[in-house]
Design a protein around this ligand. Structure first.
Ligand code: MG
Ligand code: MG
Length: 258
């Protein structure tokens, strides 16, 4: 069931989104070679709690063990749901960050892929195109139109580069719970509801340099590409209301593509 939000609820979700993006603006400059991912997670947890929010990923569970951190950190061939650890970030890594905050009952969700130091040109191109896929998807959001035109816009852009599009994971309704209906796949597939006023959803292309296939590691969370090639991930939370589209999370690419 798709939950239609009131203007007051969208206002609450917007505040949560602005807090999340403010956290990222402070975090992104710290993503440099040498930092341990567990230290990133500690910093994020402290920041969110100090700001009066709740790290919504911490302890999150769907039919498996709870996620043990506030932020997913997925490096190189890791697609999503990477668990922070003693691992250090190295020069040339592509570091995908995904985080969510609950503020006064309202939930936000945003992901970015950050280039640690100087990455190879193919990795940079993958990252830039994945970010563009996100915005192609957002441009396709129109009140009253069908949702899968968003999926088609993402797919068309990724396909131009012959990248693999992850099929098993996708965007989703959000705002009152982390994952709500509808699913927002990155290729046209499944239910195709209209994008009505009051809908809030996350669009999140996960794009692989090689094939589309993925695997889940023994930690039950970390999703990796089956062929070991690099993957990128970008996400915004968007709202449709009063016949228009608003990106509730803030654009962060100017901090990443310097
Ligand atoms: Mg996310
Ligand atoms: Mg999401």
């Amino acid at each position: 069931m798709i939950r239609i939000k009131t203007e007051k609820q969208i206002d609450g979700i917007r505040k949560s989104c602005k807090m999340l993006s403010a956290m990222y603006r402070e975090l992104i400059p710290q993503i440099k070679p040498g930092i341990q991912t567990i230290d990133i997670d500690k910093w994020v947890t402290d920041w969110i709690i100090k700001a009066g929010g709740r790290p919504v990923f911490l302890g999150y569970t769907i039919k498996k063990k709870p996620f043990p951190a506030s932020i997913c950190i997925s490096i190189n061939e890791e697609v999503i749901h990477g668990i922070p650890s003693k691992r250090r970030i190295h020069e040339g890594d592509l570091v995908s960050l995904d985080c969510g905050i609950e503020l006064a009952g309202y939930i936000s969700d945003q992901a970015v892929s950050i280039e640690a130091g100087k990455v190879s040109k193919p990795v940079h191109d993958l990252n830039a195109v994945t970010m563009e896929c996100l915005y192609r998807g957002i441009e396709a959001v129109k009140a009253g139109d069908r949702l899968l035109q968003v999926s088609r816009a993402v797919e068309n852009h990724a396909k131009k580069m012959k990248y693999g599009i992850v099929e098993e994971y996708c965007g989703h309704g959000t705002g009152l719970e982390l994952h709500e209906d509808p699913q927002v796949p990155n290729y046209p597939h499944g239910p195709n509801p209209r994008m009505n006023n009051g809908m809030v959803f996350a669009i999140e292309p996960m794009i692989n340099m090689g094939g589309a296939d993925i695997e889940v590691l023994d930690d039950e969370w970390t999703v990796v590409t089956a062929d070991g090639q690099v993957s990128a991930h970008w996400e915004h939370t968007v709202a449709v209301f009063n016949g228009r589209t608003e990106i509730l999370t803030d654009p962060l690419e100017s901090l990443i593509f310097l």
